[in-house]
Design a protein around this ligand. Sequence first.
Ligand SMILES: [Zn+2]
Length: 342
Amino acid sequence: MRALQLVEDRKLVISDLPEPDAPGPGEVTLRVKAVALNHIDVWGWRGMAFAKRKMPLVIGAEASGVVEAIGPGVSNVLPGQLVAVFGARTCGLCKPCREGRDNLCEHVGGVHGFHLDGFAQELINMPARLLVPAPPGCDEVGAALAPVTFGTVEHMLFDNAKLQPGETILIHAGGSGIGSAAIQLAKKTGCTVITTVGSDDKIERARALGADHVINYRTDRFEGMVRKITKKKGVDVVFEHVGKDTFAASMFCLKRGGRLVTCGSTSGVSTEVNLMMLFQQQLKLLGSFGCRMENMADAMQKIARGVVQPVIDTEVRLEDIDRALTRLETRQVFGKIILRME
Ligand SMILES: [Zn+2]
């Protein structure tokens, strides 16, 4: 079977790997249908000093697949069923796992596509408990976006930031995969949405997703524009994932008691925090990573009902992966890049 393996920094090859064995107890053999690319794939591809990885490594952290075969004792999925795959190898036994707080697992065995072999392979054996069935109306692309794109955003906005109808939110990088998901989810919640984009041609597309105000961060300082738009009041919530380049100014955009929720740092991992502003303004800084499996189910329900729609930049085949990752790295994308496995 074909698989996309990282063999050294910036070097991906299409390998021929042996097919997995028949699924063991509690396991499922999955035929991978679609893999959605994320910045974690870019980090993995270009190499990051902070993470030691085994090589070769099959890439792909977010995917959907169809159940090919089930092992003994599997009852939550059936052969032929379309599922979304939870991307981290949780233990399923610790208190957070038992309580459905999957991304707080105390014995997590790593993230697929980063620490462990990922999903860019035709077949993979997975514990059945890490699969979430897609409802009718959610196709394989929608299901592929449930674990990271929509699941992460659900977890950030609703579990962590506790976003409420009527609030105002600043969403960074509205053209990114999670940015385009966040705009839709916040708007459907009844919020006023301010977003940033890096080029004028993305302005109308962000508006079409539901953004009320779109700032080109290359021509205008977003913190000044947010002050103007909110009549100096600031926003209730900032949705951060840019990091070093925006973090300090993002804090400055918050109203007293506002919440900043972050799940990423694409521009750099270190920043300065003004502690005086933090405590005097009673700000809340919330870190968020991944999601709960329930967030994936919620996201797929919303996709199936047409409440939110996957925003697809391009679909590529295995052979085009380098071009796709370059496009992601240089921020040319609007929405997600989907890798089709067949
Ligand atoms: Zn656990």
